[in-house]
Design a protein. Structure first.
Length: 310
């Protein structure tokens, strides 16, 4: 265990420039030093899995009624104004836990896939986009669970997917804005679709709020190349969606308030994914965005990260 230091980046504002403010807006960035506790698991062959201590706390889960793109219904691209997928907002108490600093990488996946089987086989090379330091993707929810089970068996500690509440708390890192970077986001800070996307006769913008359009990389990037949040966690906005433990529920009515996974009721043929991905526009990469995927579905935009509560 030990401390590590990093820079926390915040978008302080958008400045109009040029004659009559006609040039592209300039994003004003400020930063301050951060510090967090970390530890690592040795997976063998020079591969480590770094974990960051997420402190105890409480937060308001979900988004306010006026947050842009909260009306996206978590399933289709229909513009449904009465959907409340990200509400009602509610207070949640979170106990401390460890979370992987990055989404699980392909090197880490390959190492754990070589460990003794617990319940199911694992393909050591499932990903569409190749690279040891790229996030693993194209894995089923049950395969992510098997990864956790194998690592738990190897280490004697309990590893698992985060609950939806733990994920959002870790992502927000005490922020209340749509992104942990602030009111908007840029493709210099995250890997999402920064160009407009036309789909089913509707255009989904490559910018959010007062922000600017950017680039579309059309694939995953290596983990850790963008700034972390105030807890020292990387890549929670975009790159890959991340599996959570919870069953899908259409809203937060009667949701747990203790940070536990909501695995009763709802639709247990679907699980939650969070964070957005390289494929999606920025409005779908917010801290509060929720989406569902079937247990028997994999996708080139879905990966995961893990937690340990010990």
């Amino acid at each position: 265990m030990g401390k590590f230091e990093f820079e926390v980046v915040t978008i302080a504002g958008i400045e109009k420039t040029g004659f009559l403010d006609m040039d592209l807006p300039q994003v004003k960035i400020v930063s301050h030093p951060g510090r967090a506790e970390s530890r690592s698991e040795d997976l063998g062959n020079g591969v480590n899995l770094e974990l960051v201590a997420v402190p105890r706390g409480n937060f308001v889960m979900g988004s306010p009624n006026d947050e842009e793109w909260r009306n996206w219904n978590g399933n289709t691209f229909a513009d449904i104004r009465d959907v409340n997928v990200e509400g009602p907002q509610h207070n949640v108490v979170i106990n401390p836990f460890w979370m992987s600093k990055y989404p699980v990488t392909q090197a880490q996946w390959r190492s754990v896939a070589a460990l003794p089987k617990v319940k199911r086989d694992l393909d050591p090379e499932p990903s569409n986009f190749q690279g040891n330091h790229h996030p693993v993707e194209s894995v089923f929810w049950c395969e992510a669970v098997e990864f956790c089970d194998r690592l738990s068996q190897k280490t004697g500690q309990k590893y698992q997917l985060p609950s939806e509440a733990q994920w959002e708390y870790a992502c927000r890192a005490r922020t209340t804005t749509p992104f942990y970077f602030g009111e908007t986001i840029t493709t210099n800070l995250s890997n999402y679709r920064g160009t407009d996307w036309k789909f089913l006769d509707k255009t989904y913008p490559g910018f959010y709020g007062q922000g600017t359009r950017g680039i579309y990389r059309q694939q995953t990037t290596e983990v850790g190349i963008f700034p972390p949040n105030a807890f020292g966690l990387y890549d929670l906005h975009a790159n890959v969606w991340e599996w959570c433990l919870d069953n899908w529920h259409d809203n937060y009515q009667e949701a747990p308030t203790d940070g536990s996974a909501w695995v009763t009721g709802g639709d247990d043929s679907y699980r939650i994914v969070r964070g957005g991905s390289w494929l999606y526009f920025p409005g779908i990469c917010r801290s509060a965005t929720r989406h569902k995927y079937a247990l028997n579905i994999w996708h080139i935009g879905i990966g995961f990260r893990i937690i340990c509560c010990q």
